[in-house]
Design a protein. Structure first.
Length: 439
């Protein structure tokens, strides 16, 4: 049986693990976190990603969590609609609308399909040989218990439910998680550590290594040392889940002078809200809920009321980074890069997590074929580079602060939607109309 090692237990890594196991691979997922701690955020799964999830039997389960009702679109800070559509219109055009859900809900659905013990926590990958497939891992911490319960890590984008520039975090369900190295790992060293823990270093041989280790991917840096790496987009993102804050029909993104605020209803009456502002990188500290109220407290309803109902401890802040320069390839030797590690993007198209999911099912489909990883690069590199570039363009438009430029931008958006709505919806056809490979 062919063996695969997945580095990183985020959405992309978990999807790849499920897809590879379903194709007969022996899969181990290494996650450096030593515990599973939920990180509250929302996630947008668009039509293209739902089709990808259908290939591993998860799509319909995610569709059941859809809470979108009524109109949705883009508004001004005063509430006036610039462009809008409905769930029915989107579904008719693309076969599916978008499902907005808690990140942890998708994690649950994916991890429930993993063979018990697939995910190994507290394990850091310290080296990968792309030619042999040898993975060096270091395991440290207590190994006397099994970690139970779902968790979600940070991922990509405001519209995606997180801020780009953060590596995929720990994510796995109760039955798929263990503390410790993979079975069959060759133990090389073992040293005692303070607090009753131990540190072990081992080598694991794999036929395929999936680098799903986030935007700061050490594996990407080692494989492509000449690549410039992530760049700050110019915006910082805030995210918050608000229990009981869901407003039927209130699905929108509002644009102001260099700022954006979005509201997405989730199942169970919960609301996922996100905001961005054009500020220098490296800020933060203090009460971030108060900062959101300062930035958006005078915008249109229901934004002020939602922020008033938010808890300060639930607000997450991250600078948004992305990979401005495409990689020369999405693989080298036996290593394939996936998700943020390969093509981190700004959140403006809601495609960060969706493209990671696409990567995962395409990789699983091609990994055992004649074309192998060269076929994976051919299938994914150009598509993801285009989406990164398009998302970046939208991000730059949202950063305009000059009052005249903002007025012109808003006028053009409204006129285009009123006079040629097909032009704007058609721009997404190439993205949302994607279909997964078939056997």
């Amino acid at each position: 049986m062919a063996r695969a090692v997945v580095v990183g237990a985020g959405i992309g890594g978990l999807t790849a693990a499920v897809a590879l196991q379903q194709r007969g691979w022996d899969v181990t997922v290494f996650e450096r976190a030593s515990s599973l701690e939920p990180v509250g955020s929302g996630l947008a799964i668009a039509a293209n990603a739902l089709k990808a999830l259908d290939t591993i039997g998860v799509g319909d389960e995610i569709r059941e969590l859809s809470a979108i009702q009524g109109e949705a679109g883009v508004r001004r800070a005063d509430g006036r609609w610039l462009m809008k559509t409905t769930e029915e219109t989107t579904s008719a055009r693309h076969g599916d609308s978008v499902v907005l859900l808690r990140r942890a809900d998708l994690v649950d659905a994916l991890s429930a399909r993993l063979i018990p013990g697939t995910v190994r926590l507290n394990t850091t990958v310290t080296g990968v040989d792309p030619e042999s497939g040898r993975v060096t891992v270091k395991t440290g911490g207590p190994r006397t218990h099994r970690a139970d319960g779902p968790a979600s890590g940070t991922g990509t984008g405001a519209a995606d439910g997180a801020a780009a520039g953060t590596a995929d975090g720990p994510a796995a369900g109760a039955e798929g998680v263990e503390i410790g190295p993979a079975d069959g790992a060759v133990d090389r060293t073992e040293t005692g550590a303070a607090g009753g823990t131990e540190t072990r270093t081992a080598d694991v041989e794999a036929d395929l290594v999936v680098a799903a280790d986030g935007i700061r991917s050490p594996i990407r840096a080692a494989l492509f040392p000449g690549h410039p790496g992530p760049r700050y987009s110019g915006v910082t993102s805030w995210r918050v889940l608000i229990p009981g804050g869901g407003v039927p029909g209130q699905t929108f993104e509002s644009w102001g002078d260099g700022k954006v605020f979005g509201v997405m209803p989730l199942a169970g009456g919960m609301a996922y809200c996100y905001g961005t502002d054009t500020v220098p990188a490296g800020g933060g500290g203090g009460d971030q809920r108060a900062e959101l109220l300062r930035l958006f407290g005078k915008w249109h309803a229901p934004i002020p009321a939602l922020l008033a109902a938010a808890s300060s401890e639930n607000v997450l802040r991250n600078d948004v980074h992305y990979l401005a320069t495409p990689l020369p390839a999405m693989h080298r030797g036996k290593v394939a890069l996936l998700g943020d590690a390969a093509h981190a993007m700004t959140p403006n198209m809601g495609q960060g997590a969706c493209q990671a999911i696409e990567d995962a099912v395409v990789l699983a489909h091609l990994a055992g074929e004649v074309a192998g990883l060269a076929g994976y690069t051919a299938a994914r590199l150009e598509r993801t580079a285009k989406i990164v570039a398009r998302s970046t363009s939208i991000c730059r438009a949202s950063q305009l602060r000059n009052p005249l430029a903002v007025r012109l931008r808003d006028t053009m958006m409204a006129l285009t939607w009123r006079l040629a709505p097909g032009r704007m919806t058609g721009a997404m056809d190439e993205v949302l109309g994607w279909a997964p490979p078939t056997s």
